[in-house]
Design a protein around this ligand. Structure first.
Ligand code: NAD
Length: 250
C-alpha cells in the first residue's frame, strides 16, 4: 500500500463524475487532498474530473462503482486504498431524484429505486468507511460528509416526497452514526443543499422552484463544494452530527 502524498490525505467522493460531486472533488484537490472519484456509468466525465484534480498538483483516480451494490462498494474502497493510500474523508454524495409526482401515484419500482440508491447506498458507503477508519478497528480516524437535501425537512410536496424522505433517513444516519463513532476518531456531518444548478433535475424544475428561496436563485455547485471542503477539513474539527443547510435561506 502506498501512503498518501496529499497534504491532507485521501478523499473519496461517490458520484464524483459530475454536478456537486465533481465540484467537491476539485474543491478538495484545491484544499490539498488526493482525490478518488467514483462513478456509475460516466467514465469520460470522471476522467475529466481526475484531470482537473491532477492539474492542481494532486494525485487522483476514478473508479467505477454502483453505490447500491455491496460488492462494488467493497471493491471501490479496496481499489482506492491500494492506489492512493488510506482514505481520510468520504463524501457520501451519489444520489438520484425522482420525477415530479404525487405520493398517491408512486409505484413500488419508483420507491425501490430512490431508497435503494439514496438511503441504502448511503448506509453501505458509510459502513464501509467506518470499518476502515475506526480507531477501534485499527484505523486512523476520518470524516464522512453525507449529502442530504433541504427537502428532507421541507417534504417537497408535489415534486418528490419519496426523494425527500430518502434524504431524511440520511440525516438520521448522520446523527446516529456521529454518536456511534465519535470516540473512534470519526466525525460524521451532513449538508442539506437547496436547489442547485446541476443536471440532476428534470426539465423545468429549476425554473419552477429554483427562484423560490429568499436569495431568489438556485445555488451553484461551487457554493456547495466549498462547504464540503470545509467540513472535511480540520477547520471543522469540533463539528460532528451537524446538519448544515446551504439552501439560499429556503
Ligand atoms: P448529478 O446527477 O449531477 O450527480 C449525481 C452523481 O451521482 C452522478 O455522478 C451519478 O453518476 C451518481 N450516481 C447516481 N446514482 C448512482 C449509483 N447508484 N451509484 C453510483 N453513483 C451514482 O446530481 P447532483 O445535483 O450533483 O447531486 C449530488 C447529490 O446532491 C445527490 O445526492 C443529490 O440528491 C444531492 N442534492 C442535489 C441537489 C440539487 O439541487 N442539485 C439538492 C439537494 C441535494
Amino acid at each position: 500500500m502506498t501512503e498518501s502524498v496529499g497534504a491532507r490525505g485521501v478523499a473519496l467522493v461517490t458520484g464524483g463524475s459530475r454536478g456537486i460531486g465533481a465540484g467537491a472533488a476539485v474543491a478538495l484537490a484545491e484544499d490539498g487532498w488526493d482525490v478518488a472519484v467514483s462513478y456509475r456509468t460516466q467514465a469520460d466525465e470522471a476522467a475529466e474530473v481526475v484531470a482537473a484534480c491532477e492539474a492542481l498538483g494532486r494525485r487522483a483516480v476514478a473508479v467505477q462503482a454502483d453505490v447500491a451494490e455491496v460488492n462494488d462498494i467493497e471493491r471501490l474502497f479496496e481499489t482506492v486504498t491500494n492506489e492512493l493510500g488510506r482514505i481520510g474523508a468520504v463524501i457520501n454524495n451519489a444520489g438520484i431524484v425522482s420525477p415530479a409526482g404525487r405520493v398517491a401515484d408512486y409505484d413500488l419500482a419508483r420507491l425501490d429505486r430512490v431508497f435503494r440508491i439514496n438511503t441504502i447506498g448511503a448506509f453501505l458507503v458509510a459502513g464501509a468507511a467506518v470499518r476502515r477508519m475506526s480507531t477501534a478497528r485499527g484505523g486512523k480516524g476520518g470524516v464522512i460528509v453525507n449529502v442530504s437535501s433541504r427537502g428532507a425537512v421541507l417534504g417537497s410536496a408535489n415534486e418528490y416526497v419519496d426523494y425527500a424522505s430518502s434524504k431524511a433517513a440520511v440525516d438520521t444516519l448522520t446523527i446516529g452514526l456521529a454518536n456511534e463513532v465519535a470516540s473512534e476518531g470519526i466525525r460524521v456531518v451532513g449538508i442539506r443543499p437547496g436547489l442547485i444548478e446541476t443536471d440532476i433535475h428534470e426539465e423545468g424544475r429549476l425554473e419552477r422552484i429554483g427562484t423560490t428561496p429568499p436569495l431568489g436563485r438556485p445555488g451553484k455547485v461551487e457554493e456547495v463544494a466549498a462547504l464540503i471542503a470545509f467540513l472535511a477539513s480540520d477547520r471543522a474539527s469540533y463539528m460532528t452530527g451537524s446538519l448544515v443547510d446551504v439552501a439560499g435561506g429556503r
